[in-house]
Design a protein around this ligand. Structure first.
Ligand code: AHR
Length: 666
């Protein structure tokens, strides 16, 4: 047990003892569940995940390439690369003369126009890459060192991993080495495996030329062999596992504002992210210098994680893919650049081609590319988002064209449209006035609001029009400071608990709320721009926040049909119930937003329990509690059982907790 857990337990015991006395005076809470009148079916995909390349979520995160700027295509093409310095203080090897420089003549391909030329004037010249805030390697693990090389000079290229990103040769100790040889004077890819002999979260990758002469290098890569499903160019295993454990119903990608770009030239274009990785055109990441409080000038998009990999990931974790596409508008918080209406066909064609890429037969142009990449079977795409957080008449004009073109050729594809960036206000009202007339399939609402807002809005959808569009709560997260974009926002138990209370209202309104996803998903502890986030990571470790566990508990415990329950939001108690026709269970989720243990009587109607209930409890009386890299599960679900022999069930709801009862029924 960690010291923090121990402290929480002691605190909990003290509170529990105090509360036991108080309980004698308190009348029990009553939860009623009326299974005789089942309500709306719950979409099986209801609770999903939102992925955006923010906070080093892709390069430096989920996409585990360890070399930053492997293709020398950052705006400053030597970003991440430096010459190895001599470590003279301890009499290390002296610096051999030579230089590294960027060249563009006869490059690897037109999308990858820059490459590095390293020239050794004497044997032993070296340079290094510092990775994404260091390079993370684990003792005993294998890493594939590969590079495209063109040389008629040096016969070999020696690479070492050294512990400690010191920039100096001999300063850190060598914890892995490998050599590339056999060059033939033309561009060709070479690879070797390096086994790390020690663990380091901040290693450095050095390249040495042990013979005089010049070498051209591109796509210099150090990639873990042990990726998710052991795929070359695969994803970081621990992070995918956290996603898989959530059993998300859908996966939204690639954002977020990244879809829009700050200007149209830097919008997300899915076509440049598929095919051979050497041909995927690197561009700046729009979060690069978005916030003065967290500038990350070295943030670019390599697209090693591109649309094929997103579809594949969604399939791996059992999630329905939900790509969001640019609608001809750059971010309206930035330039608001808008493609002329006469130019919009290019954007629409991207959408139509994406449907072909995902679902088309292998003899169609884009279906063929999917098959060549290794997935002849369709990806079963069923929905597309047209734009991200757009608002205003220019969007509506463009949406109408998208809608007409896509629905006429692909009526099976559901279209998701925005309601602007906020959950209320003028832009929101204007968008909804349009949507009431235009009847899109699904409207995407976003809320980055205070914990109190989430508590107060669990009934938000109780009175939404059931004959109107469905709702996608496409981005939401409680902001502990009350303000979005504050770098002081925390992922604590207060934020998570308020989201849980709110989510009872989403699930209860499953007839109008089709889907929901917390945002953003990932953040690198040394390179983030936006907080809070569901999952935090460093170069070796990761953990699910309190908010992650709330997402997980809901996604893992939805039934097939809502059944009426009370209370909704009374005296700090929020409930939702469903039946699961597949497992023959009644599922009750109770969120106790009070500092007291609630002695609770659950009264069932129209259903007969049959055996003991599985109970999952998540919570702590300490609303400021957080998980961390060192204490990843201080706040995590606990399992127990509860004997259930009649339609009246006695239970204790812990202070500030989420409790799920899965009750087998006849
Ligand atoms: O989730 C972070 C950002 O918040 C998203 O990119 C954007 O859609 C929203 O404003």
């Amino acid at each position: 047990m960690t010291p923090t857990t121990m402290r929480s337990k002691i605190l909990f015991t003290i509170l529990a003892l105090g509360i036991t006395a108080a309980l004698h005076a308190q009348s029990p809470a009553v939860i009623t569940v009326d299974a005789a009148h089942p309500g709306a079916p719950i979409p099986s995909i209801m609770f999903g995940v939102f992925f955006e390349d923010i906070n080093f979520g892709a390069d430096g995160g989920l996409y585990p390439e360890l070399i930053k700027n492997r293709s020398f295509e950052f705006d400053e093409p030597l970003t991440g690369w430096k010459v190895v310095l001599p470590y003279t203080q301890t009499g290390g090897i002296g610096l051999s003369p030579g230089e590294i420089s960027i060249h563009t003549d006869a490059p690897l391909n037109v999308n990858n126009p820059h490459y590095l030329r390293a020239t050794a004037l004497a044997p032993g010249y070296g340079f290094y890459n510092s990775g994404f805030r260091g390079i993370g390697v684990k003792e005993g693990a294998e890493y594939r060192f590969s590079a495209w090389v063109r040389t008629s000079g040096p016969a070999s290229i020696r690479a070492t991993i050294s512990d400690g990103a010191t920039g100096a040769i001999g300063a850190g100790h060598e914890i892995g080495t490998g050599t590339l040889t056999g060059f033939n004077g033309t561009w060709k890819r070479y690879e070797t495996i390096i086994r790390a002999t020690a663990t380091s979260a901040h290693a450095q990758f050095n390249i040495f030329l042990d013979q005089k002469g010049s070498v051209d290098l591109d796509m210099v890569s150090l990639f873990p062999v042990d990726t998710w499903k052991h795929r070359p160019n695969g994803l970081r295993k621990d992070l995918v596992q956290l996603l898989a454990d959530m059993h998300p119903g859908f996966m939204r990608f690639p954002g977020g504002c990244i879809v829009e770009g700050r200007v149209l030239a830097n919008r997300y274009r899915w076509k440049t992210t598929v095919g051979d990785i050497t041909e995927r055109k690197t561009i700046i990441n729009r979060w690069n210098d978005e916030f003065d409080h967290r500038p990350t000038p070295d943030y670019f998009q390599s697209f090693g994680l591109g649309f094929y990999e997103y579809f594949q990931l969604a399939e791996d974790i059992g999630a329905s893919p939900l790509p969001i596409l640019n609608c001809g508008m750059a971010c309206q918080f930035n330039s608001s650049e808008t493609a002329k209406i006469e130019e919009i066909h290019e954007y629409i064609q991207d959408a139509l081609d994406l449907i072909e890429f995902a679902n088309g037969p292998v003899d169609t142009p884009w279906g063929k590319i999917r098959a060549q990449m290794g997935h002849p079977a369709p990806f079963n795409l069923k929905m597309i988002g047209v734009g991200n957080e757009q608002w205003g008449p220019r969007y509506i004009d463009r949406y109408k064209l998208f809608n007409e073109a896509i629905k006429s050729s692909h009526p099976e594809i559901k279209l998701i449209v925005p309601a602007g960036p906020s959950p209320s206000g003028q832009q929101f009202d204007e968008m909804w006035a349009n949507w009431r007339n235009l009847h899109p399939d699904i409207v995407d609402e976003h809320y980055y609001m205070s914990p109190q807002w989430f508590l107060d809005n669990s009934n938000r959808y109780d009175n939404y029009d059931r004959s109107g569009p469905k709702i996608f709560a496409g981005e939401y997260a409680a902001q502990s400071t009350g303000a979005a974009v504050s770098p002081k926002n925390r992922n604590n138990w207060q934020t998570a608990l308020s989201e849980a209370a709110f989510m009872t209202g989403l699930e209860r309104n499953a007839d109008v709320v089709a889907m929901a996803s917390y945002a953003p998903l990932f953040a690198h502890i040394d390179a983030w721009q936006w907080t809070p986030d569901a999952i935090w990571l460093d170069n070796l470790r990761s953990y699910g926040t309190t908010d992650y566990y709330v997402q997980k508990i809901f996604a893992n415990n939805i039934g097939t049909r809502v059944v009426p329950s009370t209370p909704h939001a009374e005296a700090g108690l929020y409930t939702v119930a469903s039946v699961d026709d597949r497992t023959h269970e009644l599922i009750i989720t109770a969120v106790n937003v009070s500092a007291e243990t609630r002695a609770t009587q659950i009264q069932l109607t129209g259903i007969t329990p049959n055996g003991s209930a599985k109970v999952t409890t998540l919570g702590t009386s300490d609303l400021t509690a957080e998980n961390s890299l060192d204490h990843p599960t201080d706040v995590a679900p606990e399992s127990s059982t509860l004997a259930v022999s009649s339609t009246t069930i006695q239970a204790q709801l812990r202070p500030n907790s989420v409790t799920v009862f899965r009750i087998p029924v006849k």
